[in-house]
Design a protein around this ligand. Structure first.
Ligand code: ITT
Length: 203
């Protein structure tokens, strides 16, 4: 079994500010020095895997090898059932080079309208990968189910949050207080598995 990650440096292998801020918040009760790829000038590796797991491992292993510290990555995305799970691992790419998520949301809406879909169900997936400098790694997966609605609502969160309402709620993630979203999100579910196995809470 892998040693717990405690009282040490950890690099979040991400260039996405929204994600980094959510992960920092989730890590706040642990005795860790948290840096991100951007802080260390580590460039984004090419995400050429064919699954969330493969892409998460690419990001954490490259970052751990370069930083020589433990690295935590997050590969996540929105899967729309009526679109056969798209955009899925291509969620960031659907927003184009300008990372315009209103454009990506519109593209999803257009695709649903073109199909004449009446099923607007969707889910977010988050795979967290932890890599150690010795080459070892572990992955943890979380999911949250919900429904899409258009036009987008709410300025909180990031990415597809303004079009996603989790099951059992009436507000989109974009309308929820960040702390509340963090407590029910796909990222939180993956994080709970990760923290239970590998972290020690501060006394
Ligand atoms: P890094 O690879 O640098 O971490 P990225 O944005 O390229 O950043 P991904 O490849 O994992 O990350 O793309 C995931 C996309 O899915 C992300 O850009 C968001 O738009 C979307 N996404 C993931 N989690 C989300 C969340 O909690 N709320 C809204 N959108 C989310």
């Amino acid at each position: 079994m892998k040693k717990k990650i405690d009282n040490e440096e950890i690099v979040i292998a991400s260039h996405n500010k929204g994600k980094v801020s959510e992960i920092k918040d989730l890590l706040k009760n642990y005795d860790l020095k948290i840096l991100s790829s951007s802080d260390l000038g580590i460039e984004e590796p090419e995400e050429n895997g064919s699954s969330f797991e493969e892409n998460a491992i690419i990001k954490s292993s490259v970052t751990s090898a370069l930083s020589k510290t433990v690295s935590l990555s997050d590969d996540s995305g929105l899967c729309v059932n009526a679109l056969g799970g798209q955009p899925g691992i291509y969620s960031a790419r659907w927003a184009g080079p300008d990372k315009d998520f209103l454009y990506a949301a519109e593209k999803i809406h257009e695709n649903l309208l073109e199909k004449g879909a009446d099923d607007y169900s969707a889910y977010f997936i988050c795979v967290l990968a932890v890599s150690w400098p010795d080459g070892d790694h572990k992955v943890f997966k979380g999911r949250v189910d919900g429904t899409l609605s258009f036009p987008p609502r709410g300025d909180n969160g990031f990415g597809y949050d303004p079009i996603f309402t989790p099951l059992g709620y009436t507000h989109t993630f974009g309308e929820m207080e960040p702390e509340f979203k963090h407590s029910i999100s796909h990222r939180n579910h993956a994080f709970n598995l990760f923290s239970k196995e590998l972290l020690i809470e501060k006394q």
